[in-house]
Design a protein around this ligand. Structure first.
Ligand code: GAP
Length: 457
């Protein structure tokens, strides 16, 4: 929808049970969000669709679910302890803190890739382009300082004696440290990938924009281990596969674009984001990175374990290159919420708010509605039948028109209405969300009809 604001999405989410502010009865806890009954279904369906596409349907990809708390040496090897740090700047006037790279990227509307810029380059850009404080409009910045966004906790019972432990800021290290285990137990041959979905935590300096940047979020990450000579091909394939996946889920082509990074980390051979046109502008949705042999070489160095792959045909030994594909489940959920939202003007002058989710990710696939309360016994029978197959809602409160509207607002693709004819001939009315068209079906045909319509390929 044109002119969609983030406020509209936040309000719908709060009022319809998609997402609530975290710890709300205590006044909230900034930049944490709780998924409600409708939101948890939506996000789970998105994660399932990702897993189906990239793990289930790919014979060369293996899933893991690694521990969030890892040996702290992992984070030394990954470079997070020493150098992973957001470049932060404070506005001297209003004392607000910002990420210098975000200031540059927002000012350039995403046309400048600030990720790989040095502090000096960032400071110089901010000065030359006279980038003011987004909060108070002042132009009086401190110098850039590094800020490590890893959350630290402790393992022992006495904090003073305890070892420092980090909450993982990305899931992919769980994939690297299990490279040998997965290869040994599956006898996978390069190229093969390890994937997982899990929580990550970052003490972000400038979180915000609802689910876009939070301090706790879920990532869906995949590391493809390959030989150097095929690595660029595989990188390009993942760019296309990642784009196709979000298009198939419902993001419109005109709201998607590749953003190739022109400045790269010293070990990287290529990097690209897919950007989505959020209500806050074009922003990163996911990343595809060619990480060379950096990750496995570092883990070899820090763990002392030989991370080489031995080619079973040639006996050649080498450390594989890594192509990474990483996407935030919450950020993708936000993009799909924005894409699905619509306000339609109806012939009777009313406005219908409708979420046009792909049926495969819609929170509920079907809602069962008795036309009148005295039909509820039959309606509950139908609910009981359908709920064994699909996530179903049940609603008998209010006029049928209002009940349809409530389902439109949470994106339910089908409403099944039980009326007096149902008692006579076992047929129901099934209403389709987008067209609002209604047809009559026998109850025995419902499961087959709905199953075909909600498939995600
Ligand atoms: N392992 C690579 C990695 O973590 P990243 O670009 O920092 O790369 C990958 O993150 C994806 O994770 C992003 O494209 C975004 O979808 C999601 N993401 C990162 N930080 C996030 C945050 N603070 N809140 C929500 N999603 C986030």
């Amino acid at each position: 929808m044109n002119n969609l604001t983030m406020d509209k999405i936040v309000n719908l989410c709060k009022n319809r049970g998609f997402v609530f502010p975290g710890s709300e009865i205590y006044g909230g806890f900034a930049n944490t969000w709780d998924f409600g009954p409708v939101g948890v279904e939506l996000k789970n369906n998105i994660k399932r669709a990702w897993w189906k596409r990239f793990v289930q349907e790919d014979p060369n990809t293996y899933g893991v679910d690694a521990a969030i708390l890892m040996n702290p040496k992992v984070w030394e090897a990954s470079g997070h302890v020493a150098s992973f740090g957001d470049p932060k700047m404070d506005c001297k006037k209003c004392k607000q803190r910002f990420r210098a790279d975000t200031l540059v990227e927002n000012h350039s509307k995403g046309s400048v890739s600030a990720e790989a810029m040095s502090n000096e380059e960032l400071e110089s850009y901010i000065q030359t382009h006279h980038i003011c404080c987004p909060h108070c409009g002042g132009f009086d910045w401190t110098a850039i300082r590094k800020f490590n966004p890893m959350f630290i906790t402790s393992r022992g019972t006495l904090e003073a004696d305890a070892d420092k432990v980090y909450l993982r800021p990305e899931t992919c290290q769980g994939e690297y440290v299990n490279f040998l285990n997965v290869q040994r137990t599956t006898r996978a041959k390069v190229p093969f990938a390890i994937a997982q979905i899990g929580k990550s935590f970052r003490n972000e300096i400038t979180p915000g924009n609802f689910l876009f940047r939070t301090i706790e979020f879920e990532q869906m990450e995949l590391q493809m281990f390959c030989k150097e000579d095929s690595s660029m091909n595989i990188y390009n394939q993942y760019k296309e596969r990642a784009l196709q996946f979000v298009k198939d889920l419902g993001l419109k082509e005109e709201n998607l674009r590749f953003h190739d990074h022109d400045k790269l980390a010293h070990y990287a051979k290529a990097a690209c984001d897919i950007q989505y046109n959020f209500p806050i502008g074009w922003q990163e949705l996911n990343g595809i990175h060619h990480r060379s042999t950096w990750d496995l070489s570092r883990h070899q160095e820090f763990s002392g374990k030989n991370m080489q792959y031995v080619d079973p045909f040639t006996n050649e030994k080498y450390i594989p290159n890594v192509i990474e594909y990483s996407i935030g489940a919450d950020r993708l959920t936000l993009a799909l919420l924005c894409q699905a939202y619509d306000e339609e003007s109806l012939e009777n002058g009313e406005t219908r708010v409708v979420m046009h989710f792909h049926p495969a990710i819609a929170p509920y696939k079907v809602c069962v509605l008795p036309l009148q309360k005295n039909l509820s016994e039959k309606a509950k029978e139908v609910y009981s039948l359908l709920s064994k197959e699909f996530m179903c809602d049940y609603d008998e409160a209010g006029s049928i028109g209002k009940r349809y509207r409530r389902q439109d607002e949470i994106g339910t693709p089908f409403c099944v209405t039980i009326d007096f004819d149902t008692l006579e001939n076992n047929t129901v009315t099934i209403r389709e969300r987008d067209s609002m068209e209604q047809i009559r079906l026998n109850i025995n045909d419902l499961i087959d009809f709905i199953s075909k319509k909600i498939k995600f390929n």
